[in-house]
Design a protein. Structure first.
Length: 231
């Protein structure tokens, strides 16, 4: 790594600040792939470890919004392998891959940072039930998208955010009612990745960040929920 490589973000975040702040990223589709590249480009994976988990394989309908190639689809490559290959090519960063379905009940250390970019509320709810009382996850960042709408929720496990987060585990149709042909477009994933990366950076530096935000790229409308001060 060149000593000048990150000079233009020196006042915002330097790679050495992420030491021991390992990331587990679950789901490496539209959202997860964009999040991975944002984290790698801003310096993660040099002084800390990034582990990506996804059990799915590359399919043709993934091509417009995901960081995979047609050759990956033709070979039905596991998504974690395909996206890790792209991260190494674009960011010169190695990531740890797991093709097993992540449950949150795995042996060994998960955190301290857990980022969810999974497809369903049911999967989020199941993972949450397994990790909420673990001592190795300090922050959960949950990114969701549907069509042109992004939601990002963050939970500090040592703080009283649990009830607030659990209230967000509702029917996804209440928020993302789009038909099959309106489920995803790449700029929504980029926007979500920017929010997630910014929250990670704020957490690393001990700066404030919202516990919840939503942005509608169709109406250019943003809504945030601030994290209450500790009592």
């Amino acid at each position: 790594m060149s000593p000048n490589e990150f000079v233009r973000q020196a006042d915002l975040l330097m790679p050495e600040e992420t030491a021991h702040k390992d990331v587990r990223l679950v789901g490496i589709g539209s959202l997860g792939g964009a999040i991975l590249l944002a984290l790698c480009k801003m310096g993660c994976g040099i002084h800390n470890r990034i582990t990506i988990s996804d059990f799915d394989r590359c399919e043709a309908h993934n091509l417009p919004t995901q960081w995979i190639r047609r050759s990956h689809v033709a070979l039905r490559r596991p998504k974690v392998e395909a996206v890790a290959e792209v991260a190494e090519l674009v960011c010169e960063r190695e990531v740890v891959t797991s093709q097993e379905r992540f449950t949150g009940a795995e042996a060994g250390r998960i955190g301290p940072v857990l980022i969810l970019a999974v497809d369903s509320i049911e999967e989020r709810t199941s993972i949450w039930s397994n990790i909420k009382n673990r001592g190795d996850v300090e922050i959960l960042i949950d990114a969701r998208m549907g069509g042109e709408i992004v939601e990002v929720h963050s939970v500090l496990l040592g703080r009283d955010d649990r009830a607030f987060y659990e209230a967000t585990l509702h029917d996804p149709a209440d928020v993302f009612p789009d038909p099959c042909t309106g489920r995803s477009i790449v700029y929504t994933a980029f926007g979500a990745a920017a929010f997630v990366a910014s929250i990670y950076r704020s957490w690393v530096r001990g700066a404030p960040f919202p516990r919840s935000l939503a942005f509608d790229f169709g109406r250019f409308f943003v809504e945030t929920s601030a994290r209450p001060e500790p009592s």
